[in-house]
Design a protein around this ligand. Structure first.
Ligand code: ASP
Length: 309
């Protein structure tokens, strides 16, 4: 029990105090705290790290302020295509889905892929059919419609531009979501869920569902969930790189996260951040952008949510 720890994020990007009204800032913080508490209470009640990260991410998916589930951004075709993944550090089991529409909680579907299929990664129609088979909840298109995200898409529609949901362009609602946790049994887990990037080409898949790029967990090292410009996170294999620096170079969690986000990622032009937890309960929240919606809580009384750097 003593070391239980959890961290969450709701996306990183050009998030400045001037881009949020006090009401909006309060709303973000309240939703982050709820999601943090959902996972923390699961851990406190003896549930697994997988249960905790699923609970936190599902809470964020249900909130339209974040770019996942209900708040997902628009593709170049004006549709929503969601990606998600989950990984269990104890068994190295993982489940992932990409390019899915209509599924209310993509993170739940990822877990079902992990636990009830012989596969790790299902995409598109195959993933949606599997979701129906597993009796996942579906929503109509208008459930995912959000006026501000629609405006955000209209501003780049018809161009080749695609952008982080949390870029400076006219938007006040940001965020791919993720959670990492350490449970009472010493196991870590990671979960990440996203609508991707505004005006992305349909069929584009980012880092979030890719094991090792946007999401990774291994009891030998740590659990990591990323947010940022996915193309760069894929090329830098960010989440696995953090684990490798710990395992093979003996870096601490903090040092490894800093090296990857502040050095290696920047060198290739990537922006964003990550959250990570190790099996001692250390938490790292590292980002190279102006802000990252984030929170962390542990059994020693640490309990905070923050937005700006
Ligand atoms: N990493 C996500 C993607 O590229 C976007 C984000 O973090 O907001 O799909």
């Amino acid at each position: 029990m003593s070391n239980i720890s959890i961290a969450i994020h709701g996306g990183a990007g050009t998030i400045l105090p001037s881009s949020l009204t006090p009401e909006l800032e309060r709303a973000y913080k309240a939703r982050l705290q709820e999601a943090l508490d959902a996972g923390y209470h699961a851990l406190k009640n003896g549930k697994t790290a997988i249960d905790a990260v699923e609970a936190s991410v599902a809470a964020l998916e249900d909130c339209p302020l974040f770019n996942a589930g209900k708040g997902s951004v628009f593709t170049s075709e004006g549709t929503h295509e969601m990606d998600a993944s989950i990984m269990d550090g104890a068994s190295l089991n993982a489940g992932a889905v990409s390019s899915i529409t209509g599924v209310k909680n993509p993170i739940q579907l990822s877990r079902l892929v992990m636990e009830h299929s012989d596969h790790v990664f299902l995409t598109g129609k195959g993933a949606e059919d599997f979701a129906r088979h597993m009796k996942c909840e579906f929503e109509e298109q208008d459930y995912f419609f959000d006026e501000l995200r629609h405006q955000q898409w209209l501003s780049v529609k018809g161009t080749d531009k695609f952008q982080l949901d949390h870029s400076s362009l006219a938007d006040k609602k940001f965020g791919t979501v993720g959670a990492v946790a350490l449970d009472q049994h010493g196991n870590v887990a990671a979960a990440t869920s996203t609508g991707g990037m505004t005006n992305k080409k349909y069929g584009r898949v980012g880092d979030s569902p890719m094991i090792g790029a946007g999401n990774y967990a291994n009891n030998a090292t740590c659990a990591v969930s990323c947010t940022g410009s996915g193309e760069y996170f894929i090329r830098a294999v960010v989440a696995y790189d953090v684990a490798c620096l710990i395992e093979h170079k003996g870096l601490t969690l903090q040092e490894a996260c800093k090296e990857v986000i502040q050095n290696r990622l920047i060198k290739i032009g990537g922006d964003g951040g990550l959250i990570a937890v190790d099996t001692s309960g250390n938490i790292s929240l590292e980002f190279n952008t102006e802000g990252m919606y984030r929170g962390r809580r542990n059994a020693q009384g640490l309990n905070e949510v923050a937005i700006f750097s």
